[in-house]
Design a protein around this ligand. Structure first.
Ligand code: KG4
Ligand code: ZN
Length: 399
């Protein structure tokens, strides 16, 4: 089975084709993965501007999907049944009867055909069997672009449409890259919009066990970078500069949440995160030095290293505490911040110490991409989950 994944929840327009394989150690294979990043569009504003993001998604989505299909050896042009197109062209069912009639796409569905690669004979493809798309959470104007595109494509191809939760995509990026993890596993999803811990007791089941009460860890990286005049996004540059600084130079405090969340009194909350305090502590430190710190001297590097040490310690401590409390047999870290070099190193060291395997995705799968959405879509499809044509974007979708 071949699935097309589409992702547009924030500032990346992405499409990917993922195939199921017969190998239980690697059940999914990425055939293509294309990401159009909008970082340059948002950089001058120091963060994502929602209106600019949705407009850019509209500009990019056709080309991104076309390229993902092309790189997977699937030609979009054949959908229209060009001169050498398949006998059942897309036009056929629509011309002969109303869309979605009994004689419509489901029974007589058109399929993509394989585009020849350089030096290769044309390869037959059974075409795309399903379209998976991010339904939420995210920016609603951004989500709508990918969702409407996916709906239209699935409707015209007569394939199932599969709604995917963005964070399920990040979690499944671990299975996509590493193959099956020992279950139960605890996964830290840590990005610019989220910092949460999920227990995965069995395949395709995600139970929220902790989350941030305020800022996400990636958001703290981005805000501290802005404060230090390091630009957007902040994670990669702070990660790099931290390597040149002394991580004990400044004793930034880390908030430890011990009380229940007043907004969610039913949840224990002991493992919850909080990152707004460290951001304020960095701000106070910078102000205390009399002026905004510019340049890349050791002062900045020390701040980056000290800030990163505290953030990574909080993430690693909570992840392994959650694993211990839930009898996990492995742990995973996914999302944009899982690219962080210190987080990877410290988590691997702690895992080794405790005899607990630690899984991370490839660097390409850490930030938003559609291969993870396609993988999560395959998981849901095998659970029998598909959507109707009334599927709508949900900016606050719960997992
Ligand atoms: O998953 P993602 O692409 O988008 C969201 O869903 O938010 O994550 C982007 C976030 C940004 O906040 C960025 O600063 C952070 O991931 N990030 C990093 C690193 N690379 C990206 N944070 C720390 N260290 C990194 N190396
Ligand atoms: Zn994300």
């Amino acid at each position: 089975m071949l699935i097309l994944g589409i992702e547009s929840s924030c500032d990346e327009t992405a499409a990917a084709v993922v195939a199921e394989t017969d190998d239980p150690a690697r059940p999914w294979e990425i055939r293509s993965s294309v990401v159009a990043s909008q970082v340059e569009v948002h950089r001058e504003w120091g963060g994502v501007v929602p209106e600019l993001a949705s407009r850019q998604h509209i500009r990019d989505i056709c080309g991104v999907v076309e390229r993902a299909l092309g790189e997977a050896g699937i030609a979009l042009a054949s959908l229209a049944g060009g001169p050498e197109g398949p006998p059942h062209s897309a036009a056929a069912p629509h011309r002969d009867g109303p869309p979605h009639s009994a004689a419509g796409p489901h029974r007589d569905r058109p399929s993509y055909t394989a585009a020849p690669r350089h030096g290769e004979a044309p390869r037959h493809s059974d075409g795309i069997d399903a379209v998976a798309v991010t339904q939420g959470p995210g920016l609603v104007g951004s989500l709508l672009v990918g969702l409407q595109f996916a709906k239209s494509l699935a409707a015209s191809l007569g394939t199932p449409l599969i709604p995917v939760h963005h964070l399920a995509g990040h979690i499944e990026s671990l299975f996509l890259h590493n193959g099956p993890l020992s279950l139960p596993t605890v996964v830290l999803v840590v990005s610019g919009g989220h910092t949460s811990l999920y227990l995965v007791p069995e395949l395709g089941v995600y139970r929220l066990i902790a989350r941030t009460r305020d800022d996400a860890a990636g958001e703290a990286y981005d805000k501290v970078a802005k404060l230090l005049g390091l630009g957007y996004p902040g994670g990669p540059v702070i990660d790099r500069l931290a390597g040149e600084g002394d991580d004990r130079a400044i004793p930034f405090p880390m908030t430890r949440i011990t009380h229940r969340d007043r907004n969610a009194p039913g949840e224990a909350g002991r493992l919850d995160f909080s990152f707004s305090g460290i951001k304020t502590a960095v701000m106070r430190h910078v102000k205390g030095r009399g002026a905004r710190i510019e340049g890349r001297g050791t002062g900045i590097a020390d701040i980056c290293a000290s800030f990163q040490r505290v953030v990574v310690e909080a993430l690693v401590d909570r992840l392994f505490e959650a694993a211990w409390r839930n009898g996990a047999k492995s742990v995973g870290i996914a999302g944009g911040v899982s690219a962080n070099s210190r987080l990877r190193k410290d988590a691997a060291a702690r895992g080794e110490q405790l005899g607990l395997p630690v899984f991370v995705p490839s660097l390409a799968l850490t930030t938003d991409n559609a291969a993870m959405i396609a993988a999560a879509g395959l998981r849901r499809f095998r659970q029998g989950i598909t959507a109707g044509w009334d599927l709508n974007a949900d900016a606050g979708l719960k997992l």
